[in-house]
Design a protein around this ligand. Sequence first.
Ligand code: SF4
Length: 327
Amino acid sequence: MKDNKKEVLIELKNLNKYFKIGKEKTLKAVDNINLNIYRGETFGLVGESGCGKTTCGRTIINLYQPTSGQVIYNGIDTKGLKGKELKKFRKSAQMIFQDPYASLDPKMTIGDIIEEGIRVHFKDLSEKEIRDRVTVLLKTVGLNAEHSARFPRELSGGQRQRIGIARALAIEPDFIVCDEPISALDVSIQAQIVNLLIDLQKKKNLTYLFISHDLSMIKHISNRIGVMYLGSLVEVSPSESLYKNPMHPYTQALISSIPIPDPNVNSADRIKLEGEIPSPIDAPEGCKFSTRCRYAKDICKKERPILKEVEPEHFVACHMFDKMKEK
Ligand code: SF4
């Protein structure tokens, strides 16, 4: 993505997705998120499990309806899309799932799985044209035509994830939510899949929302990164400056926990997060991170900090940001 050609593809405005738990409790899985995602970029979304990353991705592609707020896609509010408009949106926005085995129907052949979307969205194609497309897609993801007749159980984890990618690409989307697409794979296969996604992005000008808890991998693939904590974004920044200069205490702790294979690096320098993650059903008042933050002051327990741009393109939600800089 060239910085001087930024075009907003997705705009999240005060986006909320809540789930009712019993009669009285509410889980704020996505809590007031404001964000732009630019065409052609990879936006990485990172945070501990249960922080709302997947719910955010699913809400963006309309698998969940927002509780309130807006998802503006290509200039159109996705709320209430119906008929042809909804179909057009579904064709443009796809998802690659975390568990390639669970996301593929075990009773269908690989060919049938990939064809399914093509048949829905390209009704004018002949049977031969559909089969040819499947072959091209299999080759695009590093497999070949003979995989078409196989079943998911006959493939390795890495091959299954390649099928998940081929299925998403089959309907020629513009935007793909990659939901922890490599976390179920062997380490040796992870880099292959990430490199495939990067290669496809360049060739097809795809936009990715790449969800992960793996900070080192997300750095490799993302142009910009958003750090989520208990449903909210606490820091958004270009990838490089996030790692060089993390500003939120939570981001600082996450980055300091990345293992460094160097015996000269002292693990005692790592920031250890104290305390348990609070329940998202009962998040602290004020700053949600205040129960674990070593810089917390009185104001942090009373007022929720909002995301502010503190350097060009670098946003942080922290009351004490300036004070920490002075230290
Ligand atoms: Fe810590 Fe306060 Fe900043 Fe929250 S607002 S991260 S509690 S210093």
